[in-house]
Design a protein around this ligand. Structure first.
Ligand SMILES: [Zn+2]
Length: 290
């Protein structure tokens, strides 16, 4: 079983009109990323996985949007439910909410009971809310009570209005200490703060990190995975792609070919069994969604 715990909503239903196409040249140093995609593109790229979590990122009630794709919570959540409904055997819709939105707790209840969404995506930097402020704490408390795992964007982003300090893994340490039963996934191994992320993951039973969006920085990622191996925490790493930034296929091939890089550069390897175990991690059970 392969579970991709980090995929973004496709932007379009069927086709992407040429004039609406958005191509990013900053996210990956090795190739441009097409950020506009159809649901068909998404389903095709999800072929290699058995399950995938799919989500958007909700914009807040005030302030500038961090990036173009941000919509109010109700809209992203309806869209996540609609995409998930295309392949209910494979896709698991996650909600996104903004902690400072009035009615945020009602929206969470609607997502669970009316839309069947099973977790939450938050990105305090993109959404620009204080990650240990009172509004955010109410969301964590409700998530813990409702058994909803939370995927946190973690680490840097290229958007100017997204405060880096809100997405630092040491902030997640504070959240995990306050909400020990909340199942948390720190995305991208907190790039480039991999060491800090691993230490947070190591000390909290319910905190995991995903390996999405890393493979196109091979030296950084080599160090991150080798560090995870030396600290004995590869069992807390979850398979993920960050589609459309990378695909599941690329990520599987990268992990299974990881030691080619090590051998080529005469570097210490990571156990092939542990790398394969990341690919086949049963994230559904670990996150209480089994
Ligand atoms: Zn992402």
């Amino acid at each position: 079983m392969i579970v991709d715990v980090h995929t973004h909503l496709p932007t379009h239903g069927t086709e992407v009109p040429a004039r609406e196409a958005v191509v990013d040249r900053v996210m990956r140093p090795d190739r441009p990323v097409t950020l506009t995609n159809s649901a068909e593109d998404y389903l095709r790229d999800m072929e290699p996985v058995d399950r995938a979590f799919v989500f958007g990122i909700a914009r807040g009630p005030a302030g500038p949007r961090t990036f173009d794709g941000m919509l109010p919570a109700a809209e992203v959540n309806d869209a996540a439910a609609a995409v998930a409904a295309r392949r209910p055997d494979k896709l698991i819709g996650f909600m996104s909410v903004h902690p400072e939105e009035p009615g945020v707790l009602d929206e969470m209840e609607r997502c669970v009971h009316d839309l069947g969404l099973r977790g939450i995506k938050l990105g305090a930097n993109y959404q620009n809310y204080a990650p240990m402020g009172q509004p955010a704490k109410r969301v964590y408390e409700a998530a813990q009570r409702l058994g909803l795992p939370v995927v946190f964007h973690q680490g840097t982003s290229p958007f100017q209005n997204a405060p880096l300090r809100y997405a630092h893994p040491l902030v997640s340490d504070d959240i995990a200490m306050a909400y020990p039963d909340l199942r948390m996934v720190l995305a991208h191994l907190g790039h480039p703060w991999h060491a800090d992320t691993l230490m947070v993951v190591r000390k909290h039973a319910n905190v995991y990190a995903d390996v999405s969006g890393l493979l196109y920085r091979p030296w950084s990622t080599y160090n991150a995975l080798r560090l995870a191996y030396e600290w004995g925490v590869t069992h807390k790493l979850l398979f993920a792609s960050d589609w459309p930034v990378t695909t599941p296929r690329e990520t599987i091939d990268y992990l299974r070919g990881f030691n080619r890089f090590a051998r080529k550069h005469h570097l210490p390897e990571v156990s092939d069994e542990q790398l394969d175990a990341i690919v086949r991690r049963d994230s559904l059970s670990l996150l209480g969604l089994g």
